[in-house]
Design a protein around this ligand. Structure first.
Ligand SMILES: CC(=O)N[C@H](C=O)[C@@H](O)[C@H](O)[C@H](O)CO
Ligand SMILES: CC(=O)C(=O)O
Length: 320
């Protein structure tokens, strides 16, 4: 087993799970969705069955089918397909990890169990290790999202010595705003080839400065192209242009956050921007309101996010 396999880099879209109006998974649009991400957004990596994909609201059988469909439709089109296999039941998590390996996924990610919670780093590591061991040939990513799991063990602490316990550990998906913790993850692991994937889209530029090697997020489904321009500007060391892009993205996210922004709203926005029906979310989430969608649409238009093809750099300077 050669690690690292191929390093996960750049933008990773946290995929939505498309559903029909009856609440069943709408597998029929996944092929189209892959093409949209690659061709319209320039995004070639995906993170399946995570927060945005309502992974924890799907049955195990649905999670297997969704994972399989993305891997199948992404073949020869996507660079990497990472499957989130976290679950409250270690057994289920292991089953999903093994399944991800069988279908040829490129990696697995796991959140901390959040009902019975691990209270120490060692307990969390032991849980993650058991899952990782079920897919010994797959790169393993820890998905740190303390606001949703309630598990606040610092990522920096978790990473300390992690390869001794989890030899397949390949990176961190960091969905938190604590840039001290994130920066120390990078700083203390410079000798490793880990991927440091940031998960707060509106703050990505700050994380790039701290050493993020990529980003996983919901907005890359429809703001991937814009965010890629920010990454390119950063790469060229044109920081003022990169900041313009980040501010432009922030104007949109700030606007929707004030209206109430979550997975339901992401589904509505993606339907609007891509034209691919994402359907309603599953309970306990509630469908986004018509008022939300109308306001989001007006904002997207005013920021010129709805017509990527004739996007002009000059628009970035325009206020909101
Ligand atoms: C909690 C959550 O869903 N976070 C997403 C991924 O980590 C982000 O992509 C956010 O949706 C985004 O940063 C907007 O706040
Ligand atoms: C945003 C993200 O990474 C997720 O949906 O899991």
């Amino acid at each position: 087993m050669a690690f690292p396999k191929k390093k996960l880099q750049g933008l990773v879209a946290a995929t939505i799970t498309p559903m029909t109006e009856n609440g069943e998974i709408n597998f029929s649009v996944i092929g189209q969705y892959v093409d949209y991400l690659v061709k319209e957004q320039g995004v070639k990596n995906i993170f399946v069955n995570g927060t945005t994909g309502e992974g924890l609201s799907l049955s195990i059988s649905e999670r297997r089918q969704v994972a399989e469909e993305w891997v199948t439709k992404g073949k020869n089109k996507l660079d990497q397909v990472i499957i989130h296999v976290g679950a409250l039941s270690l057994k289920e998590s292991q089953e999903l990890a093994q399944h991800a390996a069988e279908i040829g996924a490129d990696g697995i990610a796991v959140i901390a169990p959040f009902f019975f919670k691990p209270w120490t780093k060692d307990i969390l590591i032991n849980f993650l290790k058991e899952v990782a061991a079920a897919a010994p040939a797959l790169p393993f990513y820890y998905y740190h999202i303390p606001a949703l799991t309630g598990v606040k063990i610092r990522a920096e602490e978790l990473l300390d010595g992690i390869l001794d316990k989890i030899p397949t550990f390949q990176g961190l998906k960091f969905s938190d705003t604590d840039l001290l913790d994130f920066g120390q993850c990078v700083d203390q692991n410079r000798q490793q080839q880990f991927a440091f994937l940031f998960g707060v889209d509106e703050q990505l530029l700050s994380a790039l400065v701290m050493g993020a090697t990529g980003a996983v997020g919901s907005t890359y489904n429809y703001l991937g192209k814009k965010t890629n321009q920010m990454l390119e500007a950063f790469e060229r060391k044109d920081f003022s242009l990169a900041l313009n892009y980040q501010f432009c993205i922030q104007r949109f996210i700030n606007f929707v956050v004030k209206l109430g922004f979550g997975v339901s709203q992401t589904k509505a926005i993606m339907t609007l921007v891509s034209g691919i029906p994402m359907g309603p979310p599953r309970l306990p989430l509630q469908k986004a309101s018509r008022e939300f969608t109308d306001s989001a649409e007006a904002k997207l238009k005013s920021l010129d996010f709805l017509s990527f093809t004739d996007l002009k750099d000059g628009n970035l300077e325009a206020g909101s």
